[in-house]
Design a protein around this ligand. Structure first.
Ligand SMILES: Cc1cc2nc3c(=O)[nH]c(=O)nc-3n(C[C@H](O)[C@H](O)[C@H](O)COP(=O)(O)OP(=O)(O)OC[C@H]3O[C@@H](n4cnc5c(N)ncnc54)[C@H](O)[C@@H]3O)c2cc1C
Length: 385
């Protein structure tokens, strides 16, 4: 595990960068549902989004602990990493399962931010959490695959050059096993936009740049297949632990932001002639949120340490994501309550962060699916679905 002292300068540098993007910046974007172009450019220029790309491909070659600290600090500063967090981890599938030629071709551009690999096309409207029942097909035709189908919640598709796409290459009934028959492609969306790809934004309760995408006879060069045909589900799963750990770290950052805001307000706000924080009815929920955050933070650190030691961290990554998402949501709710009416005022940023952090008990995996994972894979209980 990376020494905490090594991480401190990274944390300070992220904080310093984020100071240039205050609440007013995010409020304006939120009102317009606009993309934080300047913020993402600044993070890219500083090399933070290339944290996990090895140095041989032009990345920073940092550890998972350092990458998690970057995402945590972004959120703890009141900023929002969701518009660009996928640039940090989506490339992991390419890094682990791509050919040497694919890695040489794409990773340096991704590290420099010239190639944005931000779109991750897995979820479909009819399959939902049941990824294996996805319907988008990729059929081999000479030196191409022809893709037809639809994805939903493909976040950042409008702000991405490449998409990691999971599609079915062997009909389910002909596949060798339950998990076989799906394949992963690196789709060049710049070409695909004039070749069968349509992107439609979905407006959501927060500013998230999410979309639905449609594929109609979209031709993808066969050389863009990652790894072996039919083994894509395994490749996608292998990237999930990094995603869970980094998003858990974002939730820890959110929770810290809410707790700081609430404690500070509770110290200053005077009602009935004393600070509201002098009342146990106000201070206990803040203390409870802090305890929940710290417990979750330990699990995030444990998962990150196992990940970077190359050990199996499936259970820890899932538990970290679960605990951190619950902790950030509990802290968000507490923060609104502590602020009374002002919790609802746009200029306090609390209602915006409240809406933003709500996502993480649902995506990228919802709470029940994590509980099912732990029940089945850790506790040996029968599979429930
Ligand atoms: C803003 C946003 C951004 C997203 N970005 C992306 C993205 O970039 N790429 C991508 O591929 N996906 C993305 N997603 C999709 C996200 O991963 C899914 O929404 C999530 O996995 C849940 O799937 P679902 O919405 O289809 O819910 P469903 O699978 O329909 O589930 C609905 C509810 O039922 C519960 N449930 C379902 N089955 C069971 C069961 N067997 N036991 C117990 N409970 C069950 C779930 O836990 C959930 O609470 C995003 C979603 C959102 C909202």
């Amino acid at each position: 595990m990376t020494d905490v002292a090594d991480i401190a300068p990274i944390r300070e540098a992220v904080r310093a960068l984020c100071a240039d993007f205050p609440g007013e910046y995010w409020r304006r974007l939120d009102r317009d549902r606009a993309y934080p172009i300047e913020f993402v450019a600044a993070l890219t220029k500083a090399g933070f989004l290339a944290a996990l790309i090895p140095e041989q491909y032009g990345g920073s070659g940092l550890t998972m602990t350092a990458a998690a600290a970057i995402m945590e600090e972004i959120q703890a500063s009141g900023c929002n990493g969701a518009p660009c967090h996928a640039q940090m981890y989506t490339m992991g599938t390419l890094l682990r399962h791509g050919s040497a030629a694919q890695k040489e071709r794409y990773l340096p551009g991704i590290a420099r931010g010239e190639l944005r690999l931000q779109a991750f096309g897995v979820t479909e409207p009819t399959s939902g959490s049941d990824t294996l029942s996805l319907r988008t097909t990729a059929v081999r035709d000479g030196d191409h695959y022809v893709v037809d189908g639809q994805k939903i919640w493909t976040s950042r598709a409008e702000h991405s050059d490449l998409m990691l796409l999971l599609a079915r290459t062997t009909p389910r009934e002909q596949a060798k096993s339950r998990t076989a028959g799906l394949s992963v492609f690196l789709v060049d969306m710049r070409q695909a936009r004039t070749n069968g790809l349509t992107i439609r934004p979905i407006r959501t309760m927060m500013n998230h740049a999410t979309t639905e995408v449609f594929f109609e006879n979209m031709r993808v060069p066969a050389e863009n297949l990652i790894g072996n045909e039919g083994e894509g589900f395994r490749y996608i799963l292998s990237g999930m632990n990094a995603e869970r750990i980094l998003i858990a770290a974002e939730c820890i950052g959110d929770a810290k932001w809410f707790i700081d805001k609430a404690a500070s307000y509770a110290r200053d706000r005077v009602v009935f002639g004393r600070p509201i924080g002098q009342n146990q009815g106000v201070q206990f929920p803040i203390a409870r949120a802090y305890i929940g955050m710290r417990a979750a933070e330990l699990m995030v650190r444990e998962a990150a340490a196992l990940y970077e030691a190359g050990e199996d961290c499936g259970a820890e990554a899932n538990m970290a994501k679960h605990l951190a998402a619950e902790a950030s949501w509990a802290a968000a709710d507490m923060c609104v309550q502590t602020h009374g009416g002002f919790g609802f005022a746009e200029e306090f940023d609390i209602e915006r962060k409240f809406r933003e952090t709500r996502l993480y008990t649902v995506a990228p995996i919802s709470t029940n699916l994590i509980l099912s994972y732990i029940a089945e894979h850790v506790l040996g209980l029968p599979r429930s679905y």
